[in-house]
Design a protein around this ligand. Structure first.
Ligand SMILES: O=C(O)CCC(=O)C(=O)O
Length: 267
């Protein structure tokens, strides 16, 4: 099987800027068309009133989703950042319907997560083409180097519970992560990021998947359902409860099983 590695330039860019794009596609257009068709099987399990965002941590119950989250090419890129030993623990769809006003407020993931030390990477897999028109994710380059900033309760159209106060970073520096369906971006757990509304007639949909080095320990008093799936290398720390790989192709997880089961870990 082909192995995809990050060049030294790409690694340096990620560590310096806090994100990475322009990687070879992980899924071809034909594979994406198939994945989008298969995704309907998960959507069919949503209850009335639930949105795509509720498809969260279903890699614990759905083998189909688990296999997407552990696609070897994705793991190869993550390995370029985290090194040989890491686990996967989180997944969530961030979808915006055509002309939806919903935004994702500026935030830092690490502020929400009871994980220490900070050594986690998120990949955002585009299920649709994403650009400025349909509300692509935006990041503030280098903001991961400034440490965690206090978040306050959000009051606008954001789907998140918290947001950064204006003036704590420079919004003019924002960069949109433009991707074709089947491509991924990578971002650091402390980078300031968010996304504006979808002003287009197209859907905007992406799957976030979270990975952490095996040296990262979750505070289980804050996230009792946390499960670590060792996806590369060896776990020489054994800090976290291991996950069991699901067998059902399409099955849902109850809300109570979301890893984000406490206020501190809500996102
Ligand atoms: O898709 C988005 O707009 C936001 C995703 C996000 O916040 C994340 O991947 O951590």
């Amino acid at each position: 099987m082909a192995h995809y590695s990050l060049s030294e330039e790409q690694k340096a860019f990620y560590h310096g800027q806090g994100y990475l794009i322009n990687l070879p596609s992980v899924f071809s257009p034909a594979e994406m068309a198939q994945l989008n068709a298969e995704l309907k099987n998960l959507e069919a399990l949503l209850e009335p009133g639930e949105k795509m965002m509720a498809i969260r941590e279903w890699h614990i119950s759905s083998r189909w989703l688990y296999d997407v989250c552990t696609r070897p090419q994705i793991l190869d890129y993550v390995e370029g950042i985290l090194g040989p030993n890491f686990y996967m623990w989180g997944s969530q769809f961030f979808a915006k319907s055509p002309n939806s006003k919903e935004t994702v407020a500026w935030h830092q993931d690490a502020y929400y997560w009871p994980l220490h030390p900070h050594n986690s990477v998120t990949i955002w897999l585009a299920f649709t083409d994403v650009n400025e028109d349909n509300g692509a994710m935006q990041i503030i380059p280098k903001s991961h180097k400034a440490g965690l900033i206090t978040h306050t309760s959000n009051s606008g159209d954001s789907v998140l519970t918290l947001e950064l106060e204006q003036g704590t970073f420079n919004e003019a520096d924002a960069k949109s992560l433009i991707l074709h369906a089947g491509q991924i971006s990578l971002h650091d757990d402390a980078i300031v990021h968010g996304s504006p509304a979808n002003q287009s007639d197209r859907w905007r949909n992406g799957l976030t998947v979270r990975y952490s080095g095996t040296n990262v320990k979750c505070d289980l008093t804050k996230a009792p359902q946390f499960k670590a799936y060792l996806v590369r290398g060896a776990d020489e720390f054994n800090y976290n409860p291991p996950g069991v790989i699901p067998t059902e192709p399409f099955a849902r997880l109850s809300k109570e099983h979301h890893i984000a089961s406490t206020d501190e870990f809500k996102k």
